[in-house]
Design a protein around this ligand. Sequence first.
Ligand SMILES: Cc1cc2nc3c(=O)[nH]c(=O)nc-3n(C[C@H](O)[C@H](O)[C@H](O)COP(=O)(O)OP(=O)(O)OC[C@H]3O[C@@H](n4cnc5c(N)ncnc54)[C@H](O)[C@@H]3O)c2cc1C
Length: 479
Amino acid sequence: MEMPAPDPTVLARKDALIARFKEVLPKDAVISDPVETRAYECDALTAYKCPPLAVVLPSSTQEVAAALRICHEMQVPVVPRGAGTSLAGGALPSGDSVILGVARLTEVLETDFDNRFVRVQAGRTNLSVTQAVEEEGFFYAPDPSSQLACAIAGNIAMNSGGAHCLKYGVTTNNLLGVTMVLMDGTVIELGGPHLDAEGLDLLGLVCGSEGQLGVVTEATLRILHKPEGARPVLIGFDSNEVAGQCVSDIIKAGILPVAIEFMDRPCIRATEAFAGAGYPDCEALLIVEVEGSDAEIDAQLETISRIAQQHDPVELRQSASEEESARIWLGRKSAFGAMGQINDYMCLDGTIPVSQLPFVLRRIGEMSADYGLEVANVFHAGDGNMHPLILFNANTPGELERCEALGADILKLCVEAGGCLTGEHGVGVEKRDLMSDQYAPADLEIQMAVKDVFDPAWLLNPAKVFPLDISRAHRDRAA
Ligand SMILES: Cc1cc2nc3c(=O)[nH]c(=O)nc-3n(C[C@H](O)[C@H](O)[C@H](O)COP(=O)(O)OP(=O)(O)OC[C@H]3O[C@@H](n4cnc5c(N)ncnc54)[C@H](O)[C@@H]3O)c2cc1C
């Protein structure tokens, strides 16, 4: 993975830049000691690291605007950062960039239960948004597995999803408005507490824009009434393909479970050893959860069980209590931690049409054998959002490169199967060089033209999303 060399003229301005920051920000909000900036050298894609020039941690929209104005005047690149849990290297700094972290922007600014929205500062963690409204019986639906740590800012930038997004949609379907600061310090408002905004859907443009267009500082989020109840069923199969076919049949039957999660044997075994959730030792398992009143849950689970029976499951276990539901979810929620205990891994994030699951799972198995690298699958099967985890040893020379090559081939397979490179983790640096496999040159041109408008100097989140050779003309013009 290539990153441009740091600009020596920017590096030479470091002391002057820090002095300017200290004029507008509290002293403890400016970090320039190379020992301390190391904490920001990567995100959750730890294969790639680079210490930034400096880090600033503003506490308000005004402080964000002041910091950006300085960087704009001094032509210093800026990498916006939430909690740094990106799996795509979205928050990876370059050596000549300033990390602008929003982790101190954590306030709840307004709650309105009558109109079902909450307005928060964008550094607030995903889970704590629900915690702020749950006493009144509400919740914020998008639930990335990283929700304890990740920030709403990062969720908006990556258009994050989660296990329960099959029914409720991803971030873009639950985002009503943002306050965003442009690179030159201008503060803009997009959307608001109302359902739809007039004019161009700029909010839709910003959601998923990966820190390329501006720095989000506040967000208005839709909150929903908690359902009466929810219950999962665990279904084990002796083949990945049959499990994939069962998912396809459940969706085809017109039922909308709140979640359909998939785990294959390597993942089941690892999570059993780690969490002891009582999963059967089978090739593949599904966790299907439905919501509603007891009667609605019973009716939906009956249909799902009938469909599953047609695929000869080796296990079919409906939860009968809250404890049992928690146990069924325990293994799935521990999956990433469990895999991390075995080896280094790279977590991919391709999306495919649900009907292609059996074919794509079989091809991933064949590719894994060809490359000699184990692949474990755990993913949101209901919306076709796959997360193949490629296991490798970072200390074995050449293994990271082999892992990258296998990852690229798997993501290209997702595109060939009618899907796309990313379901919820974003492009970042991880999939940047594959964008031309997904988009025609004219499609990429129009996306870069949007960046030209919001960030004419191309200073925000450098070297992400757009392949370096393809974006060169835009970057040269900006410089
Ligand atoms: C164990 C684990 C499980 C995960 N599970 C899921 C999952 O189920 N679903 C899912 O979607 N993701 C998942 N992720 C990925 C990650 O948590 C999400 O992408 C998350 O939204 C990133 O949020 P963050 O605050 O950590 O953002 P960061 O990692 O800090 O940044 C992510 C991107 O957002 C940009 N950004 C950050 N702040 C701002 C801002 N204020 N304005 C503009 N741009 C900004 C950054 O520049 C970067 O491009 C998982 C990650 C881990 C480690």
